[in-house]
Structures are given as structure tokens and as C-alpha cells.
Design a protein around this ligand. Structure first.
Ligand SMILES: [Zn+2]
Length: 262
């Protein structure tokens, strides 16, 4: 019996410890059963997620590559095999691929990935399903932020992980070669699934004021439609990376390239 109580105490400590755990570079928040957010608290403040199924675990995005990521993943996943998949190829989501032997990514974003990293690429696209045992994670193609942007959909969990694909309150749709109409198609696709989604988990959680819901997707769709129709007032958008224009609707800000609409 004593052994049982020791085990119970250790288990309670372990679980409470995981609900909000911090290291120098990351904070870990438990979002649900077998579902964690790994938040970079240095640098680009990008966000990774870990979903642990009954048989294996899936990590989505790898932040910028700060130390400590693999230790957190091992602690959360335990003895389960771990796969890493990327929402897109930008450095602030793919820097940590250096810690892995193989990664799952959309082929169209291969050229964005860090160079000189000895990693095997496994290409995934719309329709691919990660079978984690008791949970299945479906891949949804949402080009626009990058040509190979993808979202990960947990149908049973009723949530979607979108990376930077629709932004984190504002989207950089101006930096891709894809015209804005491609981005609009992606947003419409997500909006068509709104009855299946309760929560959207994005690539830069620290930008969110509140948890984003499907209203954010609807606001984005309206913003993109109005820009393409020329029926919304827009402002210049300036950044050291690339300038564009911006349009705001409700909870969403769309940054776009006025020279690449259709
Ligand atoms: Zn990005």
C-alpha cells in the first residue's frame, strides 16, 4: 500500500509539474488530455505542440532551435516514439529540426528549411493522417503564408493547429509568391470546417490576446474577399522584412502584397 501511495504522490507531482513548467527557453502548458503547448519564451516567441496518443507522439513545429526542446519532448512523450511535423518551413518553426533524424513537411517548403542539417524529409500533403493510436491527426493544405503551409486537425479533439498559415491575430500573406486569391481559398477551406472546430492553436501563441476561434477565420475570409473586391480601406504596412498593405476586419489583420492579388 505504501508503494501505491508513493506512486500516486509521484504521479500527482509529475502531472501538476507539467501543467505549467518553465525552462530558460520554454514554458510548457497542458491544453488537454495528452496535448501540450511548448512555448518559446526567448527570441521569436514561436510555439510548438505535442500530442501524445496511446501508441506514439506527434510534435508539431520545432521553434527556432533553442536548447532544451528535446528534454521537454522526452519528458512529455515518455517512452513513446516521437515524430516531428512542420506547419511550414520558416526558420522560427524549423530551427529545431537539427535535433531530429527525420521530419514530416510539405514538399513546397523544402527550400525554406535550414541548410546543412542532416535530416531526412518525409513529404506530406492534404489527406495524410498521423495515426497516434487513440488519436488521428489529419493534414489540411493551406497555402498562402508559404506555398507548403499545412494545418493539423484533430477531429475528435475538435481543434486545429495552423502554425503561421492564418497568422496569430495577423497573417503575413505578403511574403509568399502565392497570390492573395490562393490564401483566400485556404481560409475558405478552413471556414467550411468551422462546425468541427472549437479552438485554433497558432504558431505564435504570445501574440494572442484570447484563444482564437472560428470567428477569426471568418474575419480573415471577409478581409481577403474585400481586398480582392476593392471594397475595404487599407493602410500601408511596414516591416524590416518586407513591406505590404494591411486590412483589418474584426479580430483579424491581413497583410498582403498589392502587386500579387490574383
Ligand atoms: Zn512563418
Amino acid at each position: 500500500m505504501k508503494t501505491f501511495y508513493c506512486f500516486l504522490a509521484a504521479l500527482v507531482f509529475f502531472i501538476s509539474d507539467l501543467k505549467a513548467q518553465s525552462t530558460d527557453n520554454y514554458r510548457v502548458d497542458e491544453l488537454g488530455k495528452g496535448f501540450w503547448r511548448i512555448q518559446a519564451i526567448q527570441g521569436t516567441l514561436s510555439t510548438a505542440y505535442l500530442i501524445a496518443g496511446s501508441r506514439e507522439a506527434l510534435v508539431i513545429d520545432a521553434c527556432s532551435g533553442q536548447d532544451g526542446l528535446t528534454d521537454i519532448i522526452k519528458q512529455l512523450a515518455g517512452s513513446k516514439p516521437v515524430k516531428l511535423a512542420l506547419t511550414h518551413g520558416h526558420f522560427d518553426h524549423s530551427g529545431g529540426i537539427k535535433y531530429f533524424d527525420e521530419i514530416y513537411v510539405h514538399k513546397a517548403d523544402t527550400g525554406l528549411l535550414p541548410k546543412n542539417v542532416d535530416v531526412k524529409f518525409i513529404y506530406i500533403d492534404e489527406g495524410f493522417v498521423f495515426d497516434l493510436g487513440d488519436q488521428q491527426i489529419e493534414v489540411i493544405s493551406i497555402p498562402g503564408h508559404t506555398p507548403g503551409s499545412i494545418a493539423f486537425f484533430n477531429r475528435d479533439g475538435r481543434y486545429m493547429l495552423t502554425g503561421d498559415g492564418i497568422g496569430s491575430t495577423s497573417v503575413w500573406a505578403h511574403i509568399s509568391n502565392d497570390p492573395l486569391k490562393v490564401y483566400l481559398s485556404s481560409v475558405r477551406r478552413l471556414e467550411s470546417m468551422k462546425n468541427l472546430i472549437d479552438a485554433i492553436y497558432v504558431g505564435h501563441h504570445e501574440q494572442e490576446k484570447v484563444l482564437l476561434t472560428t470567428q477569426y477565420i471568418t474575419d480573415m475570409r471577409i478581409a481577403a474577399e474585400k481586398v480582392l473586391d476593392g471594397t475595404i480601406e487599407t493602410q500601408p504596412y511596414q516591416s524590416s522584412f518586407k513591406n505590404g498593405r494591411q486590412a483589418s476586419v474584426g479580430s483579424a489583420v491581413l497583410i498582403y502584397n498589392p502587386d500579387n492579388l490574383r
